[in-house]
Design a protein around this ligand. Structure first.
Ligand code: 8Y4
Length: 291
C-alpha cells in the first residue's frame, strides 16, 4: 500500500502527498485542447510540481454545483492533448478527473496514471473500462448529481453513510477485477453535503481509515471554507491549510488542492511532528535516550 503503481509511474505514499488541480475547462482566453490552452496548462502543472505536487489531477468538466455536463468527445478533446504534453514533460503521475468511461480510456492511452472519479465508477460501463485500464481509482462519495446535489442533502449519519457507500463501491470494483490495492477513497467534501455534514466528516475523518485504503481529501477553496470565514474563493488559502492540517492529523494520505505550496508546507510540518510522535511511541528518540 506504500507504493501505488500509476501506470508506468509510481506514487510513494509512505508520507502524505499533494495532488495539484489542473483545470482545462474553457476560459476567456482559450477553449481547451488548443495550442494556447495546452501551453498554459503545461506551465501551470510545471509550477505545481516545482512547488512539491506529487501528482497532477487533470479535469475537463466543471463539477461545481449547478455546472452543466460536457459531451464526452469535447471532454476528450480538452484533456488528451494536455495529458500527452504532461506525460512528455513532467515525471509525476497524472490523474484524470472524469466520470466518463470514454474519457478514462482515452486518458489512460494518453499517459494518465490514475482515475479520479467523483461518481465512484457508477456510470454505465465505468467499472469495466476502469478495470480494463489497469489503473488505480479514487472512489469519491457524492450524494445526488453535480447539477442538483446541493438542493436537499440528507443523511441518517453522514460518516456512516459515506463509509457504507464507499464499502459498496470497493466491493463493486473487486467484482470486476479491480483489486483493493488499486483503490483510494474520498469522502467528497461539498458533494451533496451541507456545512454541518462537511464538518462532521472532517471531525470524524479518522473513521474512514477503517476502510484501510489511502484517504484522499479535497477541501481547497470550497464553500464550507467560505461559510466558516466569510471569505471569497481567492482568499480561502489559510482556511484551506487549517482544514488540511486537520485532515492530515486524521489520516489523510493525499491532499487535492489548487494551493500546492501552502499544502506542501502543511504536510512538512505534519510529517516532522508525526516523526517525533513515532519516535516517542517506539522509544527510539536520541533525545529521549540521552539519560
Ligand atoms: C472553488 C474551486 C470552489 C473549486 C470549489 C471548487 C474533489 C474532486 C472536485 C474532491 C476528489 C472543486 C474533481 C470540486 N472535488 N476529486 N474533484 N475529491 N477526489 N470545487 O474533493 O474543486 S471538483
Amino acid at each position: 500500500m506504500t507504493m501505488l503503481q500509476c501506470g508506468a509511474r509510481s506514487l510513494d505514499l509512505t508520507e502524505p502527498r499533494v495532488m495539484g488541480i489542473l483545470n482545462v475547462t474553457p476560459d476567456s482566453f482559450s477553449d481547451g485542447g488548443d495550442f494556447v490552452s495546452v501551453a498554459r496548462a503545461l506551465e501551470h502543472a510545471e509550477a505545481m510540481v516545482a512547488e512539491g505536487a506529487a501528482i497532477i489531477d487533470v479535469g475537463g468538466e466543471s463539477t461545481r454545483p449547478g455546472a452543466e455536463p460536457v459531451a464526452e468527445a469535447l471532454e476528450i478533446e480538452r484533456v488528451v492533448p494536455v495529458i500527452e504534453a504532461l506525460a512528455a514533460r513532467i515525471s509525476v503521475p497524472i490523474s484524470i478527473d472524469t466520470s466518463k468511461p470514454g474519457v478514462m480510456r482515452a486518458a489512460a492511452s494518453a499517459g494518465a496514471g490514475l482515475i479520479n472519479d467523483i461518481a465512484a465508477l457508477r456510470a454505465p460501463e465505468a467499472l469495466a473500462v476502469a478495470a480494463e485500464t489497469g489503473l488505480p481509482v479514487c472512489l469519491m462519495h457524492m450524494q445526488g448529481q453535480p447539477r442538483t446535489m446541493q438542493q436537499q442533502p440528507h443523511y441518517e449519519d453522514v460518516v456512516a453513510d459515506v463509509i457504507r457507500f464507499l464499502r459498496s463501491r470497493i466491493t463493486a470494483c473487486e467484482q470486476v477485477g479491480i483489486p483493493r490495492h488499486r483503490l483510494l477513497v474520498d469522502p467528497g467534501f461539498g458533494f451533496g453535503k451541507r456545512l454541518a455534514h462537511n464538518l462532521s466528516l472532517l471531525a470524524r475523518l479518522e473513521q474512514l481509515t477503517e476502510l484501510r485504503l489511502p484517504l484522499v481529501v479535497g477541501l481547497s477553496r470550497k464553500s464550507m471554507l467560505g461559510a466558516l470565514t466569510g471569505r471569497e474563493v481567492r482568499d480561502r488559502v489559510a482556511a484551506g491549510v487549517a482544514a488540511t492540517s486537520i485532515a492530515l492529523a486524521h489520516g489523510a494520505a493525499i491532499i487535492r488542492t489548487h494551493d500546492v505550496a501552502a499544502a506542501v508546507d502543511a504536510v512538512r510540518v505534519f510529517t516532522a511532528v508525526a516523526e517525533v510522535k513515532h519516535q516517542v511511541a517506539t522509544g527510539s528518540s536520541a533525545i529521549l535516550n540521552q539519560g
